[in-house]
Design a protein around this ligand. Structure first.
Ligand code: GLU
Length: 470
């Protein structure tokens, strides 16, 4: 039975990298009909928060990544880690270290490039030396006695990678505050939880030889490892806040669809031989394979994510998109607005081809839902303030006010006839009318916009324009 885990530290939100790790674990385990375990690695008591736990769970659920067991919390399992540390101490595979942080700092500065790890000076303390340290009030850490030699990591993605144990030396498994270190708690849990495959970010590969040594020391079975490639920004440096927002929650708030984001995350390091880009969840579950995960870093490209999200929006049937836009608009506006849902649907139709996210809809369609649109100064200056425009729009208003029925066809007819009578081009009416009604130079087809705004609003907007200074 295949068992994988996703093991975030609750010290912030779920970010793109974490979500990608969770997704690859999930896709892999679903295909194997195995179990996905969620484990919260909250041994860093000071930085872990309940808020962050909730945020991580919410983001996973929103993305559609479900777990079969957990969440387990490491902070509730300290007694288990202590037991295993005791066992290593008894077997003489670990020892108490009394070196203070400042002493360790001096050691670190002296250490050479080949053996930067701890030099093992507390390995063989006599009982009296220990007693002296204890009575002076020093709180010890527990260190693992690393054997000398090489440790080989056999990675599903990276192949065989060897590490010289001197790189880390006798590393700490229990901190002086009585909490286990990441490496120690992680392997105890992975072993006790029966994890068969550890799939995680490449940033952890240097931890893996330490973990292998611990598995061996405790007689546990070593799982299969797969280290996923780093995610870089367009500038080829590791993805971080500098590249913009990396929180999954941010993308939810910006009106990305979870299916599109899942699709995009799957492409961060994985591809098919045909370079297919769009995958439904069901298709991912069939086509994903660890064998086709690349060793090379993946590049996060926001424009590509936006493009993909736009493709998903265009694929939606109009009722679903209307529902999503309605919910989204209501969530971000504090006040309810009055509009019939049928009319709202007509508005959404106008934008389905033009938007890439739900927040694009709100930005582009906002003029429909407010009393007065936001006038872009450049549009006002270049188009509305031109000589003669005021008189033209006066006439447009007079005609439209009398128009019955007030529908797209008759609006178009009226405007074209007026242009003919005034011996101007239809665009000489359409452009200024668009700015007057929407505040901007671009919008969906103007005749549809006029019809959907309705006679009253059109009249009101044409009366309210301040001609003096925009
Ligand atoms: N808590 C670790 C992290 O969030 C987990 C690493 C692992 O999967 O072993 O990076």
């Amino acid at each position: 039975m295949v068992r994988v885990r996703f093991a975030p530290a609750p010290t912030g939100y779920l970010h793109l990298g974490g979500a990608r790790t969770a997704l690859f674990n999930w896709l892999f385990v679903k295909q194997q009909h195995g179990k996905f375990i969620l484990r919260i690695e909250d041994t860093d008591v000071k930085r872990s928060t309940d808020e962050s736990v909730n945020a991580i769970l919410d983001s996973l659920k929103w993305l559609g990544i479900s777990w079969d067991e957990g969440p387990y919390f490491q902070s509730q399992r300290t007694h288990i880690y202590q037991e295993y540390a005791k066992k290593l101490l008894q077997d003489n595979q670990a020892y108490y270290c009394y070196c203070s942080p400042s002493e360790l700092e001096i050691l670190r500065k002296k250490a050479t490039g080949e053996a930067p790890g701890y030099d093992g000076r507390c390995r063989n303390l006599s009982p009296t030396q220990r007693q002296e340290y204890e009575s002076s009030g020093r709180k010890p850490t527990i260190r693992f006695k690393s054997p000398s030699g090489l440790t080989q990591v056999n990675d599903l993605i990276r192949g065989k990678v060897s590490f010289d144990n001197a790189l880390f030396g006798d590393f700490i498994i229990f901190k002086s505050d009585g909490m286990p270190t990441y490496n120690f708690a992680c392997i105890i849990d992975d072993a006790l939880m029966g994890i068969t495959h550890v799939i995680r970010g490449e940033d952890h590969i240097s931890n893996t030889p330490r973990q292998i040594l611990l598995y061996q020391a405790l007689g546990f079975k070593i799982p299969v490892f797969a280290h996923l490639p780093l995610i870089l920004g367009l500038d080829k440096t590791p993805l971080s806040k500098r590249h913009g927002d990396v929180a999954i929650e941010h993308y939810r708030q910006e009106g990305y669809l979870p299916e599109a984001l899942m699709n995009y995350l799957a492409l961060l390091g994985w591809s098919t031989s045909q370079s297919q880009q769009i995958f439904s969840k069901e298709e991912l579950l069939i086509k994903f394979s660890i064998d086709r995960v690349s060793k090379n870093p993946a590049i996060f490209d926001l424009e590509k994510l936006r493009w993909l999200n736009g493709e998903y929006i265009r694929e939606l049937d109009i009722d679903s998109l209307t529902g999503l836009c309605w919910e989204y608009l209501n969530k971000i506006r504090n006040s309810k607005f009055e509009i019939r849902i049928l009319k709202f649907k007509e508005i959404v139709k106008l934008f389905q081809e033009r938007i890439k996210t739900l927040s694009d809809f709100v930005k582009q369609a906002e003029f429909f839902f407010v009393n007065s649109p936001k006038y872009h100064p450049s549009a006002v200056e270049q188009i509305l303030m031109k000589d003669g425009v005021r008189q033209i729009l006066e006439q447009v208003k007079d005609r439209l006010v009398q128009l019955e029925p007030f529908d797209t066809n008759s609006i178009e007819k009226t405007i074209r006839e007026l242009a003919d009578q005034l011996k101007i081009k239809a665009s000489d009416i359409i452009h200024p009318l668009r700015v007057a009604l929407t505040g901007d130079k671009v919008s969906p087809g103007l005749f549809e916009v006029v019809a959907l705004l309705g006679k009253e609003k059109v009249q009101e907007r044409l009366i309210k324009i301040r001609w003096e200074n925009g």
